[in-house]
Design a protein around this ligand. Structure first.
Ligand SMILES: [Zn+2]
Length: 354
């Protein structure tokens, strides 16, 4: 035990004076490569954060989460007991009610099928809520982020794949079997080719990092692109989405046609969201979105082909860069949302008994 701890133990009254009520929330974003943890105030301010490789040294991702929790609480000089609740976002389907991760969790397969909420609660002794990472992000954007105050909001997260989260009338849409918000694998081309998910014509096939790279790798065989092949060192299998965006900007015909399709696919999805849900705010974000930011005019032009003008005019569309801190804030917003949901029926019951 370190001397500083012993000294504090000899002064119990002083320690009691310093103890704070559990007021901060802890947000955890488990990503395919990086896990980020942050202590977040109820107003959305991150007061301490840390990140590490999700599976450093092939360890269990939950070991990484626990180590990062200890790290941020020490950094903020707040004991673990000062945390009111923990929210975790994971990149896969989740049974949020039971806190169990579903399948597949493509980028963190170790988490599939695990009772993550119960496991982490056993380790740290604090209530834990778990949900899909983009569901958490949507809650974060609606309550603490770019869509703060919006009662209805949709987030489309364009990364390796496409995730989405829907908040309607202040409630997260999870659906009957947890597929609510799975907009990445809804069709933008009913006659489209098979997607890696087993369906066809999906948005993710056309507008995700993986989809754009896959299309380019397949097409370059029949439509040689000197710019793409040069960027990939002559190996078509090495072509990435970022190379496609770069070559398109340089005027490469093949790359340009793939980027045009991606913008058109996004326009069709925006039309679907705006006509079907008409949210106050629609946020496009994620790792690939920085490439799309330069194409905002093109995406909005395409969306006008599919959306009712009055519906589109009522929806604010924002394209914001992907950010780990937003993901951490989202996970914290998830914990707050679940705390409020638990409190709601109790208050209703109290009113009924009065
Ligand atoms: Zn799909």
């Amino acid at each position: 035990m370190c001397p500083a701890v012993r000294r504090r133990d000899r002064r119990p009254h002083a320690r009691r004076r310093r103890r704070r009520a559990p007021s901060v929330i802890l947000g955890v974003d488990v990503g395919g490569t990086t896990t980020a943890v942050g202590l977040v105030t109820r107003e959305g301010k991150i007061i301490a954060d840390a990140s590490a490789p999700t599976r450093a040294g092939e360890c269990d991702p939950l070991d990484t989460v626990e180590a990062l929790i200890r790290q941020v609480t020490e950094r903020a000089r707040r004991p673990v007991r000062s945390i009111a609740a923990i929210g975790i976002g994971v990149p896969g389907p989740v049974d949020a009610e039971r806190g169990i991760v579903g399948e597949p969790v493509t980028h963190v397969p170790d988490l599939a099928g695990r009772a993550l909420a119960a496991e982490l609660r056993r380790r740290v002794g604090i209530r834990v809520s778990v949900d899909n990472d983009v569901n958490a992000l949507a809650l974060g954007e609606a309550t603490l982020g770019a869509g703060r105050g919006a009662r209805s909001l949709v987030v489309l997260s364009l990364g390796t794949g496409v995730g989405a989260g829907i908040v309607l009338e202040g409630r997260l849409v999870r659906g009957a079997a947890g597929f609510g918000g799975e907009l990445g694998h809804t069709p933008v081309n009913f006659d489209g080719p098979p997607c890696w998910c087993g369906l066809r014509g999906c948005l993710a096939f056309y507008a995700s990092g993986r989809g754009i790279a896959d299309i380019a790798q397949a097409r370059v065989a029949s439509a040689p692109s000197a710019a793409l092949l040069k960027a990939a060192g002559g190996d078509p299998a090495e072509i990435t989405a970022s190379m496609v965006f770069g070559a398109a900007e340089m005027g490469d015909h093949l790359a340009r046609s793939i980027v045009d399709e991606a913008c058109q696919a996004l326009g069709a999805m925006i039309g679907t969201i705006v006509n079907g849900l008409n949210p106050e705010v629609l946020i496009l974000t994620g790792g690939v979105v920085e490439s799309f930011m330069r194409l905002e005019a093109e995406i909005l032009r395409a969306s006008r082909e599919y959306a009712f003008p009055k519906a589109l005019a009522a929806t604010r569309i924002e394209i914001v860069p992907g950010d780990k801190r937003a993901a951490v804030r989202g996970a914290a917003a998830l914990a707050l949302y679940e705390s409020n949901a638990r409190a709601r029926p109790r208050r209703t019951q109290e009113r009924r008994t009065r």
